[in-house]
Structures are given as structure tokens and as C-alpha cells.
Write a protein that binds this ligand. Structure first.
Ligand code: ADP
Ligand code: F6P
Length: 331
């Protein structure tokens, strides 16, 4: 059968889906789309609880269309997620593949970040057809301009920062707000622009020259700005001690706020629900097209699949021009 550009074969009878690594809003939409697309194509679907950990402990359930009712709007993941360090070892990867075979699982959809894709790669090496869907608020997956959860997380952070900015302006304070992103600065960069921050510190660009920030704060004050907002990425961290040093050097009251896990929760935005749904369907149809060891990405305006090894060997760069714009808009 040829459908939407896919040549669907019928070699695969049963697939499984799991979520792994940090949860991200929109993962439920991807689970729902995976389950319902697979069932519509005549497949059986199994859900694996708690990521690779659940696979090794055979926490495997049958999934029917009604099991994914009323979840598209919910944050988190109904399958649960976990970190499973054993899965980095070949012995456990082989065990995972044997468990898949025991349960009749011919194909697997792994929703998670780059760590989870290493697990997907390992399963593919052990003979289980595997497709990854990028699910992480960090947006740090090469080969895709979109990852599930980033849009919701950045909107949640932006709204929280607006609130902090109100009180910071009233008190004429300097505020350092730390956002998540692990080693990537995408949430920080987007909030920097969207919240009109005076400084954006991201691991990809920061040279640890605190004196430049201090000079910037003093000059802004002289130019009449009543507040100074610094968005600091988690990958740089140390916001509280930075606030103490800046206050001592400038004489301006400085407070640090670490937004933390609130950024990972909450109802997904329309974009996260839509893109995650299309990616879930795409993953199933990519499996049915006989492919394995692929990751679904959104690139140049289209949903595509990429070889996991090739995708993971690339380095994702922050766009130089966008970073420059973030700085120049603070005058
Ligand atoms: P994320 O997927 O969000 O990047 P992690 O890096 O914590 O999160 O990875 C999630 C899980 O993926 C790990 O707990 C482990 O089970 C699996 N994983 C990570 N790295 C590897 C690896 N090198 N080989 C096999 N599995 C891995
Ligand atoms: O990858 C998503 C993320 O929230 C990162 O931004 C953060 O560094 C990390 O997960 C925190 O992980 P944990 O849930 O293990 O504390």
C-alpha cells in the first residue's frame, strides 16, 4: 500500500512504544498518535512503562485506542519515564532485544532525547527495528529544528520571566533568571529575545567575563533603564553566587531565580500537540516502510527521517545571527 509517500509493507505485526529520559510536554500526543496510527494500519501495539528500565523488567502492556483517550492535552508521559544506566551495557541491550522478541515486538518507537537514541541504536543493532522521536525541552538534537516539549517549555519560562520582570522593574533591581536546557542554550536564547532581556548567557557563547556584564548593568542604569534582566542558561549555572558578585560590584540589588522543573510540566501548546502527533504517525509509517535506526525530524519545513548514527554525529550550533540580534535588541 502506498500512502502519503510511504510504501507500507506488512512485515511488521506488532510494535511497542516507550518514553525515556526527561519527560516533555507533548510526549502524550506522540504516544497517542503512535498507538492510533499503528492500530489503524492493522498492527498490535504494546506500551512499555518507565523507558528501558521497564523493558528490562518486562513492564509491557497491550494498548488499545481507548488507552490513549483524553491524554493529548496532558503534560508528562502516561507511560512514565526513567533513566536506566544498565542499558548502556551490551549485555542488557541484548536482553532488551530478546525480551522484545519474546513479546512478539518487531518494531519499537523510542520517544526521548539523544541518550534515549543511543538506546534505540543499540536495539536496532540487536535486530529490533527502531525509530526515534525527539522528545526533549532542550531542543539539542541535531537534524531537527523541532523537539517535542521545547515550545511549551519556552512559553512557560517566558510567562514566568514576565512576572519576575514586573517586580524587578518596580524595585529597580537586577534579576538573573536561570532556565533549563542542560548543555544547550536554546531556551535561554528564546527567552532572552521573547522577554527582552539585557543579557543572555548560554554555554555555546559565554566567555565567563563577568566584568563585561557588570559594565553593561552600570551603563544601562546611566541610560535610564529601571531594571536589568539576565537570562542565564542552566549549562552555566551558579546564578545565586553570580547575583551576589554583581550586587557587590554594582551596588544594585540583584536577585537570582531558578525556574527549575516547572518548565518541564504543564499542558502542551498547540504546536507541541500538532508536531508530536505528526511525528508519532510518521514513526509508525517509517517502521512500516521497513526502515530502522532512524530518527524523525522536522527540517526545512517538512517531516523527514534521518539515520540515527549520522544525526548523532553532527553538532547542533546556535545560529550566530540570531544570537547577535538578541544582543543588539537590548540597547
Ligand atoms: P535523554 O534521552 O533525555 O537524553 P538520558 O541521556 O538520561 O536522557 O538517556 C535516557 C536513557 O537512555 C538512559 O537512562 C539509558 O537508559 C539510555 N541511554 C543513554 N545513553 C545510552 C547509551 N550510550 N547506550 C544505550 N542506552 C543509553
Ligand atoms: O533534558 C531535559 C532536562 O530538563 C534538562 O533541561 C535538565 O538539565 C535535565 O533534564 C534535568 O534532569 P533530571 O530530571 O534528571 O533532574
Amino acid at each position: 500500500m502506498i500512502l502519503g509517500g510511504f510504501n507500507l509493507s506488512n512485515e511488521i505485526k506488532t510494535i511497542a512504544v516507550l518514553t525515556s529520559g526527561g519527560d516533555a510536554p507533548g510526549m502524550n500526543a506522540a504516544i497517542r498518535a503512535t498507538v492510533r496510527t499503528a492500530i489503524s494500519r492493522g498492527l498490535k501495539v504494546k506500551g512499555i512503562k518507565r523507558g528501558f528500565n521497564g523493558l528490562l523488567h518486562e513492564e509491557i502492556i497491550d494498548m488499545e485506542p481507548r488507552h490513549v483517550s483524553d491524554i493529548i492535552q496532558r503534560g508528562g508521559t502516561v507511560l512514565g519515564t526513567a533513566r536506566c544506566l544498565e542499558f548502556k551495557e551490551k549485555e542488557y541491550q541484548k536482553m532488551g532485544a530478546d525480551i522484545c522478541r519474546k513479546h512478539g515486538i518487531d518494531g519499537m518507537v523510542v520517544i526521548g532525547g539523544d541518550g534515549s537514541f543511543r538506546g534505540a541504536q543499540a536495539l536496532a543493532r540487536e535486530g529490533i527495528k527502531t525509530i526515534g522521536i525527539p522528545g526533549t525541552i532542550d531542543l539539542d538534537i541535531p537534524c531537527t529544528d523541532y523537539t517535542i516539549g521545547f515550545d511549551t517549555a519556552v512559553n512557560t519560562a517566558m510567562e514566568a520571566i514576565d512576572k519576575v520582570k514586573d517586580t524587578s522593574s518596580s524595585h529597580e533591581r537586577c534579576s538573573i533568571i536561570e532556565v533549563m536546557g542542560r548543555n544547550a542554550g536554546y531556551i535561554a536564547l528564546w527567552c532572552g529575545v521573547a522577554n527582552g532581556a539585557e543579557d543572555v548567557l548560554i554555554p555555546e557563547k559565554y566567555d565567563f567575563d563577568e566584568q563585561t556584564i557588570i559594565n553593561h548593568i552600570i551603563q544601562s542604569r546611566k541610560r535610564g533603564k529601571s531594571h536589568h534582566l539576565i537570562i542565564n542558561a542552566e549549562g552555566i549555572g551558579h546564578s545565586t553566587s553570580m547575583a551576589r558578585r554583581i550586587e557587590a560590584a554594582t551596588g544594585i540589588e540583584t536577585r537570582a531565580t531558578i525556574l527549575g522543573y516547572m518548565q518541564r510540566g504543564g499542558n502542551p501548546t498547540a504546536k507541541d500537540r500538532y508536531y508530536a502527533s505528526i511525528m508519532g504517525a510518521h514513526a509508525v509509517d517509517t517502521l512500516l516502510a521497513g526502515k530502522s535506526n532512524r530518527v524523525i525530524g522536522f527540517c526545512n519545513g517538512t517531516f523527514q527521517d534521518f539515520d540515527i548514527d549520522e544525526a548523532m554525529s553532527q553538532k547542533k550550533e546556535i545560529n550566530e545571527y540570531e544570537f547577535e540580534v538578541a544582543k543588539l535588541l537590548t540597547i
